[in-house]
Design a binder for this molecule. Structure first.
Ligand code: DQA
Length: 138
């Protein structure tokens, strides 16, 4: 399968950003180990801090991939545009969060994308991405 991993704002800072919440590994480091665990699948990766670029990346999943793993970062809690983009494609999108958003501030308990995603995985650190991948390929 061709799976797109899409990361939203501030996730380019993994490894440096609030390490007690998000850990000390960069996403690029993690991606090497993730790809090695799934050699039979094609995994692409895109990160942007810009909402419109993320909308375009989701639209492209519709024609270029079999599904997507999306960590929309803070846009999870605000973005109708990203929710509409997910609704507009015919491919499954799994919502991912590194932290357990429900154990954090109230504003993180609201997700505009959960209702339009296949499912949601949160709170397992970077392993959330592997669990999301398993759900897409099984
Ligand atoms: C996050 C949780 C969001 O609330 C936050 O804004 C992020 C990261 C996570 O992976 O835990 O940027 O999506």
């Amino acid at each position: 399968m061709k799976i797109a991993i899409i990361n939203g704002p501030n996730l380019n800072l993994l490894g440096k950003r609030e390490e007690s919440i998000y850990g000390s590994q960069t996403f690029e480091e993690y991606l090497v180990t993730l790809k090695a665990q799934f050699p039979d699948h094609e995994i692409s990766y895109f990160q942007s801090n810009i909402e419109g670029e993320l909308v375009t990346a989701i639209q492209e999943v519709g024609s270029n991939s079999d599904g997507a793993i999306l960590n929309a970062g803070a846009y999870t809690h605000t973005s109708i545009a990203m929710a509409d983009a997910i609704s507009g494609i015919q491919k499954p999108v799994v919502e991912v969060h590194i932290s357990n958003v429900f154990a954090r501030e109230d504003f993180r308990h609201v997700s505009y994308i959960t209702p339009v995603c296949k499912g949601s995985i949160a709170g397992f650190g970077l392993d959330s991405y592997r669990l999301a991948l398993l759900s897409l390929i099984s």
